[in-house]
Structures are given as structure tokens and as C-alpha cells.
Design a protein around this ligand. Structure first.
Ligand code: IMP
Ligand code: MG
Length: 173
């Protein structure tokens, strides 16, 4: 079982690092003076979030929630909460951190859930967006990279929990 051979490089760790640092600098400017609350969407965002927060020159708070909408290489269409967030976001600037947005179902679900909470603002940051030819019903404030319709793994992204540990992003053939 050496499936690492089946991986084709898509975005190198060097490119990811440069882009993540750039987004970190932009966020540091946007939230100067008012520490934002980062909410990472597990599992996929853990590596991106951990690099992103270390690229900040401002203070911040961090928490996670865990959602599931994928089974293998397919979106299931429904979103389940595996672990809800347990922090108070009232009157706070919230930054949602995602690994990848494809249909937008996951994010739509999360943004709807956050509507119930009187936050000060909500911004969305995602490492990747898949080109789906369909407009999203929400605004994405920072996008790391746009990719075509292909299944990618590495840098937190998995195929049935595998390949998350890789420091670059690969196409799984
Ligand atoms: P959406 O709800 O269709 O936007 O899908 C978003 C979620 O599906 C992401 O947070 C990922 O967990 C997962 N996902 C979508 N595309 C990929 C992929 O190419 N590789 C790994 N996970 C993916
Ligand atoms: Mg995800």
C-alpha cells in the first residue's frame, strides 16, 4: 500500500507558505486594535490555521468546530456537526477558517448557524476554492488558491483520513 506514488504535486509547500504569510499580514492589518476570534473548521483546516495564526502580528483567540459533509471523494450533501464550538462569540469579530470550499454547503450551514449569534462581524478565509461554475451565496474574504475540479490531498486535506500530514498539496489520481 504505497499510494504516495499516486500523488501528483499541485501546490508546493513553498508556495503555500508564501501565500499563508501574505494572508496573515492582510488579516493583521484588517484587525489591528480588535483581536478577532478564529474558528477553524475541523478536521481539514488544522494545518492551515496553525500556520496562519503564526503569520499574524496581532493578538487573537482560537477555537474549533468539527463538521462532516464528505465521505471518501464525494460530498454527501448534508452537513453534520461532530463537535460544536463552545466559546462565546457575542460582540466579537469572527474569522472562519476553512481548508477548501467546493459546493459551499458546509460554509452555508455554518454561516446560517452563526446568524443566531450577535457577532460584530464575520469573515471567511479559505486555503482553497474549487472552480464549480456556480456562484456562492456568501462572500469569501480571503482565498489562498483557486483550483479546478479535482480531488486534492495534503496540508490537512484527506482522502478517508489519509495524506493530511503532507506539507504540499497533491492531486489524488
Ligand atoms: P463543500 O461543503 O462542498 O463546500 O465541501 C467542503 C468540504 O469538503 C471541505 O471542508 C473538505 O473537508 C471537503 N472537501 C471538498 N473537496 C475536497 C478535496 O478535494 N479534498 C479533500 N477534501 C475535500
Ligand atoms: Mg473541511
Amino acid at each position: 500500500m504505497n499510494d504516495l506514488k499516486k500523488l501528483k504535486i499541485k501546490i508546493s509547500s513553498k508556495k503555500i507558505k508564501a501565500r499563508v504569510e501574505q494572508i496573515g499580514r492582510e488579516l493583521s492589518k484588517e484587525y489591528k486594535g480588535e483581536p478577532p476570534f478564529f474558528i477553524g473548521v475541523l478536521n481539514g483546516s488544522f494545518m492551515f490555521l496553525s500556520d496562519l495564526i503564526r503569520a499574524l502580528s496581532i493578538e487573537c483567540e482560537i477555537s474549533f468546530l468539527q463538521l462532516k459533509s464528505y465521505d471518501g471523494k464525494k460530498s454527501t450533501g448534508s452537513v453534520d456537526i461532530i463537535k460544536d464550538f463552545d466559546v462565546i462569540l457575542n460582540n466579537r469579530h469572527v474569522v472562519i477558517v476553512e481548508d477548501i470550499i467546493e459546493t459551499g454547503n458546509t460554509l452555508k450551514f455554518l454561516l446560517n448557524k452563526l446568524k443566531e449569534i450577535p457577532t460584530k462581524s464575520i469573515r471567511v478565509v479559505t486555503l482553497l476554492v474549487k472552480d464549480t461554475n456556480r456562484p456562492f451565496e456568501f462572500i469569501i474574504d480571503h482565498i489562498g488558491f483557486e483550483i479546478s475540479q479535482e480531488f486534492v490531498v495534503g496540508y490537512g486535506l484527506d482522502f478517508n483520513e489519509r495524506f493530511r500530514h503532507l506539507d504540499s498539496i497533491y492531486i489524488l489520481e
